[in-house]
Design a protein around this ligand. Structure first.
Ligand SMILES: Cc1cc2nc3c(=O)[nH]c(=O)nc-3n(C[C@H](O)[C@H](O)[C@H](O)COP(=O)(O)O)c2cc1C
Length: 232
């Protein structure tokens, strides 16, 4: 199983260790690729909309492409972020913004519909849902249908400070997540993905695209008819 981890932080804290624990349970070192943000993509979206016409026109395309190529090769994505002010880290949010042209409403990538993802977040004490939700939303609108989340208040500022009994609980729960992940067959396409894809198709049929390039993209792939990216 090939795994790509995208960490919304440069440091190796609790969020990092939780994500890495899952990766180590599922794959060998040679099949694990890690990106750290902002180290590996240190930019904010400028809102120039160049990507809407052509993804390679994004000013940060060369760095984005490295991450996208790795994601395309992966079976499983693991995204980690600390809870910062009840939200994902700024670096993670910037990364998600830079991939907005991959949303189903624009030009989703066929291969996204074959991927699985797990999102991790650590907080000091607050619930982690709000930090993980924007990541979950982007994954869903990129076309990823199998998305699991695991967030935990660890009452710590770093991994060393996390109490041994809490680490044991984390390990047990991550074991359980690992036991459910089987990448030997494509993920099931849920009702929600099917439904949203069809709504997006209608917007392109009606020409409500951000650019005519989007309608052409959908047309070329047969998605304005009965062809679907998850059906071979
Ligand atoms: C800028 C910043 C904002 C934070 N905001 C929150 C918060 O809103 N709620 C919370 O419970 N913890 C908050 N924390 C604490 C971290 O979420 C917590 O220490 C977490 O375990 C750090 O994860 P890491 O080890 O992966 O960096 C914040 C920490 C920082 C540095």
């Amino acid at each position: 199983m090939k795994i790509v981890l995208i960490h919304g932080q440069n440091h190796k804290g609790s969020s990092y260790h939780m994500g890495r624990m899952l990766a180590d349970k599922l794959a060998e070192e040679k099949d694990i690729t890690e990106f750290f943000l902002p180290r590996d993509l240190n930019h904010f979206c400028l809102g120039c909309y160049s990507c809407i016409e052509d993804e390679t026109k994004c000013p940060y395309w060369s760095e984005k492409k490295i991450i996208l190529d790795a994601l395309e090769q992966a079976d499983l994505f693991i995204l980690t972020t600390p809870n910062y002010c009840l939200a994902p880290s700024g670096a993670m949010k910037s990364f998600l913004d830079l991939l907005f042209d991959c949303w189903m409403v624009h030009r989703p990538k066929e291969w996204m519909f074959t991927k699985r993802a797990v999102v991790f977040s650590a907080s000091a004490g607050a619930p982690c849902k709000k930090a993980m939700q924007p990541i979950k939303d982007s994954l869903f609108y990129w076309g990823v249908t199998y998305i699991k989340t695991y967030g935990l208040p660890v009452q710590a500022m770093n991994w060393d400070m996390v109490k041994p009994e809490r680490k044991a609980k984390i390990e047990k729960e991550i074991d359980h997540i690992a036991s459910k992940i089987d990448c030997s067959k494509p993920p099931l396409i849920g009702f929600k993905t099917n439904f949203i894809f069809n709504i997006m198709k209608m917007t392109h049929v009606k020409g409500w695209d951000s650019s005519p390039v989007e309608k052409d993209y959908w047309q070329e792939r047969g998605w304005l008819g009965k062809t679907r990216p998850w059906k071979k």
